[in-house]
Design a protein around this ligand. Structure first.
Ligand code: GYE
Length: 322
């Protein structure tokens, strides 16, 4: 009898444990994240930020989808998330256009969409609840303003300056904003000449390839502006292969400010990196927590961004999280 009772107690306890486990799984907030790809250090840091924030210990189940830089994959991923009845969809859109239909489907299913990193162009802004990202136009301005100062400090502010621009994925907010920011300021700087602009798809390999062709077409390049650090590293390779010294013969400016960029500045290969912060995971979690409590959220949330060069790189590098 004793045995039977203790077996019964054991079974009851076990089912209790199961019940707790099941209800814990039920309590998790399910988040589908449609990520751009794995094209850059920035992207890797961004993915890592989401994966380390949206953990089961923190009360989430993260369904992560890598779109491999293909917008049609993102549309498929979002439709999958809707089918799986996730609680929230987070979208880092590759390009700005083409979102009305699929986000309309998410809205009809009652799933809130949060945009991270890049923006979308839609006439109905109720298709997303909030956006977190960088101020890309301002980043473009930062690049030219840094160049103004640098040339002045080096007594070159009366020279004609030839610039080439390595652009990111065409149609992405980061490309559109950074190009626009640069071109706006170039418009009232007649000494700056934009020789050429072309996409390097935000990758090191493509950045190198495009820079090789720029070097062949233009023998007198003074400045490279690469719309991310990775394309800047590619450009450095191309410049070295052409027998020139990046950072000395050609002024190098890029965007993102990852650890590798700080190291390149300290080595003298890179002159400046314009910051774009990828650590959006905690910020998106904060938005979700507010929505869970029925609190209002700020619709447009810019992250703070600085500019780094040889004057501050050594001091900042040890505290750099990515
Ligand atoms: O600068 C680049 C990445 O959208 C801000 O995408 C992001 C950009 C970032 O691939 O490195």
């Amino acid at each position: 009898m004793k045995k039977v009772i203790s077996l019964l107690v054991f079974v009851l306890l076990l089912s209790g444990v199961f019940a707790v486990a099941v209800s814990a799984a039920d309590d998790l907030i399910v988040v589908g994240y449609s990520q751009v790809g794995a094209e850059s250090d920035w992207r890797t840091a961004n993915t890592e930020s989401f994966k380390s924030t949206f953990t089961e210990e923190n009360g989430y189940k993260l369904i992560f989808d890598d779109a491999m830089q293909k917008p049609e994959n993102q549309i498929k991923a979002i439709r999958n998330f809707i089918q799986q009845e996730v609680d929230y969809i987070v979208l880092a859109p590759i390009v700005e256009t083409g979102w009305e239909t699929v986000l309309g489907e998410a809205k009809a299913a009652g799933i809130p969409v949060i945009l991270s990193d890049r923006m979308i162009k839609v006439t109905d802004d109720s298709l997303y609840v909030a956006w977190v990202g960088g101020n890309f136009i301002k980043e473009g301005h930062n690049a030219i303003e840094w160049l103004d100062n640098y040339l002045k400090e080096n007594g070159r502010d009366n020279e004609d300056i030839n610039i080439v621009l390595l652009q990111g994925t065409i149609g992405s907010s980061a490309q559109i904003g950074r190009t626009q920011g640069v071109e706006e300021l170039l418009a009232d700087r007649p000494k700056y000449h934009l020789l050429a602009k072309q996409t390097g798809e935000f990758t090191q390999a493509k950045g190198q390839e495009v820079m090789e062709s720029f070097l062949k077409s233009y023998p007198d390049i003074d400045v490279v502006i690469a719309e991310n650090d990775d394309m800047g590293y590619g450009a450095m390779e191309a410049i070295r292969a052409a027998g020139k010294v990046p950072g000395k013969d050609i002024i190098m400016i890029s965007y993102d400010a990852g650890r590798r960029a700080f190291e390149a500045i300290l080595k003298g290969d890179l002159n400046a990196t314009i910051e774009c912060n990828p650590l959006h995971g905690p910020r998106v979690a904060e938005i979700i927590q507010k929505l869970e409590k029925g609190e209002p959220v700020e619709k447009i949330q810019y992250v703070d961004e600085g500019v780094f060069d040889i004057k501050n790189a050594a001091e900042v590098l040890p505290t750099r999280a990515y």
